[in-house]
Design a protein around this ligand. Structure first.
Ligand code: PMP
Length: 385
């Protein structure tokens, strides 16, 4: 008897992430420079770690309330108001989750009926399509085009709307392109959402890493708060990936439905991580600014160098990725990434793993030291020769 007989049709349909294959390959090699991973190179600032250690010393080792510690939800509420000008009640409009990943999962599971469609803008974070499908929905992809700096145009969204469309997932700053949607561009998307009664899933995990202009959350636009679910977290700008802590904000009716799933499936996010997050929100501003300045200068370095060595690259407004075009090499993005890894030991991610529209590009994360970036550029230059 083959154990795979027991698997659900739903899970059999899901392909493993294309990023993993490259990590596995890279982990078997020596002297590899990784521009592959999407996580900060900074260790979590000491005061956040200390706050967590202190909570353990004091014996706070039990479950927290399902939605998260009230003090943390109050801090998140104040943060959302100050930083993004949207009010969410700490009582019933915020859930502390196991990363933005869980936020996305429970948001889709709480809102999708079988066969309903979610518009996913590609190139995009590798989880979106599988998570929509696992929630029983159908992902309908639209391509953000390089000629618009990978900014989706409202007409493109309208073209794919059907009577089954429930909502759209947007991500700004974007993984993998780094593109940031400004207020005016978000207004274009908002007007489509209002006209067609769509729910917006706004992945704002990179919101703080927006270098060139003030960040706008689509939830702050007129009439949008009650049709938007904002997913955010501590992984990126707070350098806390391993703590597995995120949060989700939205209208009470939707958040309470999400809480039902969260309380049965997860119970609560790790309590010790929540104590670190309270400290991060209360006293993390200076540390965060330092990290942002560092990413910003590394972004400028990478864009300049990649353009110089013949891999054209738009200036990504945020996150910590550059997305250069590699079509001049005549290689597919997968061939490019594989050859570069084998010949020069530099790990990048082929654009095709982020959806068909990522073909012709590679994603390079610059969340690594400037020395490593310099060495990576030298090796890529040698590779191109
Ligand atoms: N959204 C995007 C766009 C991401 O890039 C990531 C992490 N790579 C996540 C969500 C998940 O983040 P978390 O660690 O908070 O689960």
């Amino acid at each position: 008897m083959n154990p795979s007989h027991f698997l659900s049709e739903n899970v059999k349909m899901i392909k493993p992430s294309g990023i993993r294959r490259f990590f596995d390959l890279a982990s078997q090699m020596e002297n590899v420079i990784s521009l592959g991973v999407g996580e900060p190179d900074f260790v979590t600032p000491w005061n956040y770690r200390e706050a967590s250690i202190l909570s353990l010393e004091e014996g706070f080792t039990a479950y927290s309330p399902n939605a998260g510690l009230l003090e943390l939800r109050q801090e998140i509420s104040a943060y959302m108001e100050q930083r993004f000008s949207v009010h969410y009640s700490s009582e019933n409009e915020i859930i502390v989750t196991v990363g933005a990943s869980e936020a996305l999962d429970i948001a889709l599971r709480a809102t999708l009926n079988p066969g309903e469609e979610i518009i996913v803008v590609e190139p995009c974070f590798v989880s979106y399509v599988p998570i929509v499908e696992l929630a029983g929905g159908k992902a309908v992809t639209v391509r953000a085009l390089p000629e618009y700096d990978f900014k989706i145009q409202p007409e493109q969204i309208e073209e794919v709307i059907t009577e089954k469309t429930k909502g759209i997932i947007i991500c700004s700053p974007n993984n993998p392109t780094g593109t940031v949607l400004n207020k005016q561009e978000l207004e274009g998307i908002a007007s489509v959402a209002l006209k067609h009664n769509l729910l917006v899933f706004s992945d704002e995990i990179y919101a703080e890493l927006s270098y060139d202009e003030p960040y706008t959350s689509i939830a702050s636009l007129p009439k949008m708060r009650d049709r938007t679910i904002v997913m955010n977290g501590f992984s990126k700008a707070f350098a806390m990936t391993g703590w597995r802590l995120g949060f989700v904000c939205g209208p009470n009716e939707i958040l309470q439905a999400m809480l039902k799933i969260h309380q049965y499936a997860i119970m609560c996010a790790p309590t010790m991580s929540q104590f670190a997050a309270i400290e991060a929100l209360k006293n993390g501003h200076t540390e965060m600014k330092k990290m942002i300045r560092s990413y910003h200068s590394r972004r400028n370095y990478m864009v300049e160098e990649l353009n110089e060595i013949g891999l054209p690259c738009h200036v990504p407004g945020g996150a910590f990725y550059v997305f250069p075009n590699i079509t001049s090499t005549g290689l597919s993005s997968e061939e490019f990434a594989e050859k570069l890894l084998i010949e020069q030991q530099v790990a990048v991610v082929p654009g095709s793993v982020f959806g068909a529209s990522g073909e012709g590009y590679i994603r390079c994360s610059y969340a690594t030291s400037i020395d490593q970036l310099q060495e990576a550029i030298t090796r890529i230059k040698n590779f191109l020769k």
